[in-house]
Design a binder for this molecule. Sequence first.
Ligand SMILES: Nc1nc2c(ncn2[C@@H]2O[C@H](COP(=O)(O)OP(=O)(O)OP(=O)(O)O)[C@@H](O)[C@H]2O)c(=O)[nH]1
Ligand SMILES: [Mg+2]
Length: 385
Amino acid sequence: MSLVVFPFKEEKPEVLLRNVRIALAHPRVKEVLCVGASEDHCFRAVSAAIPELSREYGKRVTVIVQERLGELRPGKGDGMNTGLKYFLEETQHARIHFYDADIVSFSEEWITKAEDAADEGYQVVRHYFPRSSTDAMITWMITRTGFALLWPRSALPWIEQPLGGELLLTRAAAELLLSDPRVRRQSDWGIDTLYTFSMVAHGLPIYEIYIDAGKLHKLYGALTDLKTMLIECFSAVQGLKDEDVPAGTVHHFEYPGPVRQGVKERVGYDFERTLWLLREKWTDRQVELLELFPRPVREGMLACREYPRFSFMDEDAWAETYLVLLERFDPADADWRELLFKLWIARVLQYTTAVALRGYDHALHYLHRMVARYVHRALLGGSAA
Ligand SMILES: Nc1nc2c(ncn2[C@@H]2O[C@H](COP(=O)(O)OP(=O)(O)OP(=O)(O)O)[C@@H](O)[C@H]2O)c(=O)[nH]1
Ligand SMILES: [Mg+2]
């Protein structure tokens, strides 16, 4: 039997409660836990609804505030780790599922598919979804790029959606993750990176299941939200750069189905607003930091102060930029944070205009090949043709 956990922060209670009901109705689910960032409006609404839900389904439903377990900004990481800790210390269930609370396309199928794969003996089951070619720019340009450059022989670069928050763990896998100090300290947005890293570093067999319906959820608000996420996701990779990851993890994935037109046509971000971020918030210190980067990157970025530029930030320029960032980036320094944000924006805009504009199929093929070329580069130097 399984526990389903929803970490949440300021979500719409009706969306979360709908998802709680779907989980409670599933025959494999014995208990549902909601872990709130604080006692916010959503927390109070869910707490009030629990006694009735519990009666209706005859199953235990609990809502708790996350514990302070980590060392970085208290965020989603503390939420997920609180869920893991509850699972291991307060229950005897065999498996734990995590799902984001804001998903409006959640269904029984998500739980069933994960349980089926776990029945086959996989210790970790991860959900992955069709995404538009301009979505997931942190995943592709930060996480998968970093995994390929740093651990080219491991399974890490090949995980489809390493930042996905939808996954199943067996009890043994949960124990390994929570006892990994690198996981426990990661209280912020870096938690997804750390779960993925730790499961591969521990050699756990992984199955990625494909959810055709897609993950429809709350859209990004201000770009500042994304900025924090970007910085925390990059810092998470950077903090691991000297760690070893063995090759040889069992990693299987379900072949994706045809992608619906709506997903293919979705534009992931506001191009015009993003363009102007390249011109903003420059300081003398950022200009100085640019000295550390290869000439085309330095000169291109300097020119952005006058007029947004990005065509210089192609795949190879980004790899070289990324390697400098891995050595020198300082998350405690506001100028470094702003510079990382702008460098990444240049990369995303270059990719959008040079690749994504050519169409969905071309773009997705490109992104997968890009990761493969980074793996090749890390193993053999230079870039593969
Ligand atoms: N407990 C807890 N949950 C959080 C916190 N921050 C975010 N969450 C939840 O984590 C889940 C993912 O957060 P989102 O803001 O939806 O992240 P996203 O931008 O959709 O990320 P992707 O799904 O990877 O695209 C949601 O259920 C949030 O409510 C936090 O500080 N504590
Ligand atoms: Mg979301």
